[in-house]
Design a protein around this ligand. Structure first.
Ligand SMILES: Cc1cc2nc3c(=O)[nH]c(=O)nc-3n(C[C@H](O)[C@H](O)[C@H](O)COP(=O)(O)OP(=O)(O)OC[C@H]3O[C@@H](n4cnc5c(N)ncnc54)[C@H](O)[C@@H]3O)c2cc1C
Length: 497
C-alpha cells in the first residue's frame, strides 16, 4: 500500500457491488495490507443469507423487485442490490466458444485467450458453487426436449466448459431451489475482514477528475452526499451503469457531453457505444392435458423449473465448428403474468448469441437520478444478418417441436413467429436473453472506440479501471454471468499487479 493511498482513504474503491464488484472486493481484500471499499447503490441484506428477501432466494422464478426501474421495457431490467444481477437472474451458467476468445484476444491481448481464462473459469465455478442440474429438476418437458435434441442428431456437450455445438443442461447458481448469488459466494467470509468496507445503499453519482487522475468519487447515502478517496478506483456498475457513471463524470464523447452541460474531461467516443445484447423469439406451443398434469405434479413437489436444457446450434452466418444460437425449450408459469391454476405455458425460444447489430447507452441529462436511455439496437444491422440468423433459429425450433418426444406433449399455435414472419413481425415479438455487454469496450490503442485496455484501465486516466460486463467488446456465445465472473477473477489479479 502506498503512503499516498493511505493518507487519502482506501487503497481501492470499487463502485458497483454486482457480480464483478463482489469478485473484486473479495479478491483484492485477500491481502490484509490493502484496504478496499465496495460501494453498492442497492441494499446490502447482510451476512446471513436466510434473512434475505424470499423473492431473491427463490430460484424457481425471476423476481420483479430490486430493479433499477420496475415499469420499463424488459431489456432495461438490471438489479439494484448487493450481488447485482446474480440476485435476480435465471441461475443459468454456460461457457462460450473459442471464436469469442479470439475476438477478445484481438482487443485485449493474450490474457483473454481460452487457455489463459480457463483457471479463472474453474475458480469461479468453484467459488460460486455452480451445480449440474439435478435429475429431479427435469420436468417432462425438459426430459422430452433432451430426447428430441438427440433424435435431431445433436451431440451431448458440457455447457459449463469449453466445447462445441450440441445439447445439454447448464450449470446452476442455485442450491436446492435457493438462488446462490455472488454476494453469498464471494463476500460470505470476506465481509469479516477489517480491511474490507461494504457500503450498501450508496450510489456513485460521479467521479472527480483532476490532471488525468480520479481524485474522488461523489456518493450519496440516504440523501447525504459524501466523497470517497482512494489510490485506485474500479468502476463495476454493469453495462448500463458503468457507461452512465463515466458519462456523468465527463468521460465520453465530448460533443455529446457538452450538449448535456457536462464538461468533457476526456474525449472517449466509445463510452456508451457498442451496446450488444442477445435478442430472442419465443415460439409458443399448446400443452396437452398430459403435459399440464405432469407440470402440475412437478409444481406440487416444489420442483417445477421453467427451463433446464438448451441446444447450442449453428444458424445462418455461423463460422464452422461454432454456434450462434441457443435453442431453449421452456414450460411452466409464464415469465410475466399468470395462467389459471393447473395450466402452463410451453414453447421453445431461439436466442441470437452473436449479433452484429449494436445499440447505445446515452444520458438523458446530467442528473444522476434520471435513468439513461438504453437502445439495444436489436436487428438494426443494415445487411439483415441478424434477422436471417434468427430465422434460421426458428427453423430449428420447428424441427425440434416436430420431433416425437416434444410433439407428443404440445402442438403448434397458429400465428406464432416462424421463418416466414416479416421483419416487422419479428421485431414486434423480440425479447432479450438479458446479456448486455460492450459499452466500455476494451480495444487496442489504435482503436478510436476503445474505452479500456485488456487490463481494464480507462484510456488516458492514471488510476481508473472498469471491470464488469461492459468491457467485453463482443458478447460471448453463452450466458454472461460465468464469463463475467471469470473475467473479474482475472482482472482482479491485474489490479493487484
Ligand atoms: C433478469 C436477468 C436475468 C439474467 N439471467 C442470467 C442467467 O440466467 N445466466 C447468466 O449467465 N446471466 C444472466 N443475466 C446476466 C448476468 O446477471 C449479468 O451478465 C451479470 O450480472 C453482469 O455482471 P456485472 O457485474 O457486469 O453487473 P451487475 O451484476 O448488474 O452489477 C452491477 C451493480 O452495480 C450497481 N450499480 C450500478 N450503478 C451504480 C452506481 N451509480 N453506484 C453504485 N452502484 C451502482 C448495481 O446496483 C449492481 O448491483 C441476467 C440478467 C438479468 C437482468
Amino acid at each position: 500500500m502506498s503512503a499516498s493511498a493511505r493518507s487519502t482513504g482506501h487503497d481501492v474503491v470499487v463502485l458497483g457491488g454486482g457480480v464483478a464488484g463482489c469478485v473484486l472486493a473479495a479478491r483484492l481484500s485477500e491481502d490484509p495490507g490493502r484496504s478496499v471499499c465496495l460501494v453498492e447503490a442497492g441494499p446490502d441484506h447482510g451476512p446471513r443469507w436466510r434473512e434475505w428477501p424470499p423473492t431473491l432466494l427463490d430460484a424457481h422464478a425471476l423476481p420483479r423487485d430490486h430493479l433499477w426501474e420496475r415499469r420499463t421495457a424488459v431489456h432495461r431490467f438490471r438489479a439494484r442490490v448487493l450481488g447485482g444481477s446474480s440476485c435476480v437472474n435465471g441461475c443459468w451458467n454456460t461457457w462460450g466458444s473459442t471464436a469469442d476468445h479470439d475476438e477478445w484476444v484481438r482487443a485485449g491481448g493474450e490474457r483473454w485467450s481460452a487457455a489463459a481464462l480457463e483457471p479463472y473459469r474453474r475458480r469461479a465455478v468453484e467459488q460460486m458453487r455452480l451445480q449440474p442440474v439435478p435429475e429431479h429438476e427435469l420436468s417432462a418437458w425438459s426430459g422430452a426436449a433432451l430426447e428430441s435434441a438427440r433424435e435431431l442428431g445433436f451431440p451431448r456437450v458440457d455447457m459449463g466448459a469449453p466445447g462445441g455445438p450440441g445439447y445439454g443442461t447448464p450449470l446452476l447458481n442455485a442450491l436446492d431451489g435457493t438462488r446462490w448469488n455472488a454476494a453469498f459466494a464471494y463476500l460470505g467470509e470476506a465481509r469479516s475482514r477489517p480491511n474490507l468496507t461494504v457500503l450498501g445503499g450508496t450510489a456513485a453519482e460521479r467521479l472527480i477528475v483532476r490532471g488525468g487522475r480520479i481524485t474522488a468519487a461523489e456518493v450519496v447515502t440516504d440523501g447525504r452526499r459524501n466523497t470517497l478517496t482512494a489510490g485506485t478506483f474500479v468502476v463495476a456498475c454493469g453495462t448500463f451503469g458503468s457507461a452512465a457513471l463515466l458519462l456523468r463524470s465527463g468521460l465520453g464523447p465530448a460533443d455529446e457531453l457538452r450538449a448535456l452541460g457536462i464538461r468533457p474531461e476526456a474525449d472517449l467516443p466509445g463510452v456508451g457505444a457498442n451496446l450488444t445484447d442477445q435478442p430472442g423469439l419465443f415460439v409458443p406451443l399448446a400443452p396437452t392435458d398430459a403435459l399440464n398434469a405432469a407440470l402440475a405434479a412437478k409444481e406440487r413437489e416444489g420442483n417445477l423449473y421453467v427451463s433446464r436444457m438448451l441446444i447450442r446450434a449453428a444458424g445462418e452466418g455461423c463460422p464452422e465448428g461454432s454456434w450462434n444460437l441457443h435453442i431453449l425449450p421452456s414450460a411452466g408459469d409464464p415469465l410475466f403474468g399468470s395462467l389459471p391454476p393447473g395450466t402452463y405455458e410451453a414453447g421453445i425460444s431461439a436466442f441470437l448469441m452473436k449479433p452484429v447489430s449494436r445499440g447505445r447507452v446515452r444520458l438523458r441529462s446530467a442528473d444522476p437520478a434520471e435513468a439513461p436511455d438504453i437502445d439495444p439496437g436489436f436487428l438494426s444491422d443494415p445487411g439483415g444478418r441478424d434477422a436471417a440468423a434468427l430465422r434460421s433459429g426458428l427453423e430449428i425450433v420447428e424441427r425440434l417441436a416436430a420431433a416425437a418426444p416434444l410433439r407428443n406433449l404440445a402442438g403448434p399455435v397458429p400465428g406464432s413467429p416462424s421463418r416466414e414472419s416479416s421483419d416487422a413481425e419479428l421485431q414486434a415479438r423480440l425479447g432479450t436473453y438479458w446479456h448486455p455487454v460492450g459499452t466500455c469496450a476494451m480495444g487496442r490503442p489504435e482503436d478510436p472506440l476503445a474505452v479500456t485496455d485488456g487490463e481494464g484501465r480507462v484510456r488516458g486516466l492514471a488510476n481508473l479501471r472498469v471491470v464488469d460486463a461492459s468491457v467485453l467488446p463482443t458478447v460471448p456465445a453463452s450466458n454472461t454471468q460465468l464469463p463475467v465472473l471469470a473475467a473479474a477473477e482475472m482482472l482482479a489479479d491485474a489490479v493487484k499487479d
